[in-house]
Design a protein around this ligand. Structure first.
Ligand SMILES: *Cc1c(COP(=O)(O)O)cnc(C)c1O
Length: 481
């Protein structure tokens, strides 16, 4: 759409309504001498421009998006209807900060209170705070609560957080931001925590351990109960990274496994479409030990009325108001519409789909581990890389087949990683089409490797210098054909 960048005058896409307030004089000193060089375009030009831009975007609504760890699932549009209710969208957040206005936002407070209760029940924990606005923010909140807990007990020697080597990068980053020293625990060859190395690392200095279960290898930690007992025996706390909650929801609960604190990624598990940076929500849940330290203020129920209270030992506010409230509304609508049985179906579908993909691809790509995958399956493209086609090339070639790519090069523990998370929302037909494409790409490694190394060939832009593209955003340079 070259047109939109040209200076073409006297075209209009919209007409302003006549002024219905007294005209205010605009100070002469602030007026332009030269007219601004803005494009003037018709409505049709604007519509086409933005429609074309939207068609260049990849998303769950237009293709299969198996980006491992991210849970890029389809989310029902019915939740958007709940979110667009003016009773929610028109609420001013300051209604909740002025006592006299609390009566005007009782519905929102009730929703917050109920959703916190539902999330706590789902995880087998005592209470939840919706404040954190991303998973990583929930991690930081959890780590700050662990620090407050140990401070309260005079545990000044407890300065270390253990994190497995398969962990998401946000885990060690959050622990470090909260002032802890991070010690890595290696995985064993089966892709789960090496119990002996864990017990060796479990010194008196350890304040807590952060775990994802199933972990980012897609594997359930078989020794999780033992790990929890060992940590608690040493006075350490257990943090559960809830990004993979769709693998176990309705089947087992982090609280029952022994975890003291966790975050939920509402934008992964509970119906908010995500990607490209937000908006997200990463509520934290706690068990008995950390209950007094939850961020505040908290919504408390007194009979039929909801009020705000700051718990005595709270770590305080960690976000304005109650986090990304509309994301919470979506989660509430989603949980209530699915009900108990529906929530169980999430984890069943997620695990069955990942295992189906694994079964169809395991003879063509090398599974990264021998164990039973849960909601995502990992392959290592090292045999293909030896022939000159790397995991990155396979990912790029998939774009030409109409699929988004799996996660590559994460987790760092798997060389030439292809981390595929089909999610629970895909049909067998879609999974088959994806597996057919993967199998065809594997064949082309032998017959036409060059076409893979130069892929993608059909996308609006080909291979980018990805670091440069992320650092130097320059839209004008994009081909706008
Ligand atoms: C996505 C993810 C996170 C971080 O969550 P954000 O909401 O992106 O901050 C942490 N751990 C794992 C395993 C994840 O997949």
């Amino acid at each position: 759409m070259q047109l939109i960048y040209e200076k073409c005058r006297a075209r209009r896409a919209t007409r302003l309504d006549p002024l219905d307030v007294p005209a205010a004089p605009f100070p002469q000193a602030l007026r332009r001498v030269q007219p601004a060089e803005l494009p003037e375009v018709s409505e049709l030009d604007v519509v086409r421009h933005f429609t074309h831009l939207s068609q260049r975007n990849a998303g769950v609504d237009d293709r299969f998006y198996p980006l491992g760890s991210c849970t890029m699932k389809y989310n029902p549009k019915a939740t958007e209807k709940a979110v667009s209710h003016p009773g929610f969208t028109q609420l001013h957040p300051h209604l909740s900060s002025v006592g006299a206005y609390l009566s005007r936002c009782q519905g929102a407070l009730a929703l917050i209170h109920e959703l916190e209760g539902l999330l706590a029940e789902i995880a087998g924990l005592r209470a939840v705070s919706l404040q954190p606005i991303a998973g990583a923010h929930g991690e930081l909140t959890g780590a700050l609560m662990m620090a407050a807990y140990h401070r309260d007990r005079g545990n000044t020697h407890k300065k270390v957080i253990l994190v497995p080597d398969s962990a998401h990068g946000t885990n060690p980053a959050s622990a470090a931001m909260a002032g802890f020293r991070v010690v890595q625990v290696p995985s064993n060859t089966q892709g789960t925590i090496d119990l002996q190395r864990f017990e060796d690392a479990m010194t008196d200095e350890v304040a807590g351990i952060m775990l994802t279960c199933p972990n980012t290898h897609g594997l359930f930690e078989p020794d999780i109960v033992r790990i929890a007992e060992c940590a608690h025996a040493r006075g350490a706390l257990l943090y559960y990274d809830g990004a993979n909650l769709n693998a176990i929801i309705g089947q087992c609960r982090p609280g029952d496994l022994g975890f003291d604190v966790m975050h939920y990624n509402l934008h992964k598990t509970f119906a908010t479409p995500h990607g490209m940076g937000g908006p997200g929500s990463g509520p934290v849940g706690v068990g008995e030990r950390l209950l007094p330290y939850l961020p505040g203020p908290r919504v408390a129920r007194h009979g039929d009325a909801y009020a705000l209270e700051m718990p005595e030992k709270s770590i305080g506010r960690i976000a304005a108001f109650f986090g990304n409230f509309l994301v919470a509304v979506r989660a509430y609508a989603y949980i209530r519409s699915l009900g108990d049985g529906g929530l169980r179906e999430i984890s069943r579908g997620a695990v069955v789909n990942a295992n189906y993909v694994h079964a169809r691809l395991k003879d063509v790509y090398k599974p990264a581990f021998d164990g039973r995958f849960m909601h995502e399956c990992l392959f290592s493209a090292t045999p293909q890389a030896e022939k000159g086609v790397r995991a990155l090339d396979i990912a790029k070639a998939l774009l030409d087949c109409g699929f988004y790519a799996p996660t590559v090069y994460f987790p760092l523990t798997v060389k030439e990683c292809l981390m595929i998370e089909p999610t629970e929302t895909e049909t067998k037909e879609t999974l088959d089409a994806f597996c057919d494409a993967m199998i065809d790409i594997a064949r082309r490694v032998d017959t036409d490797p060059e076409s893979l190394r130069t892929a993608p060939h059909t996308t609006p832009v080909g291979r980018l210098d990805e670091v440069k593209a992320a650092r130097e955003l320059n839209c004008a340079r994009l081909p706008c054909g």
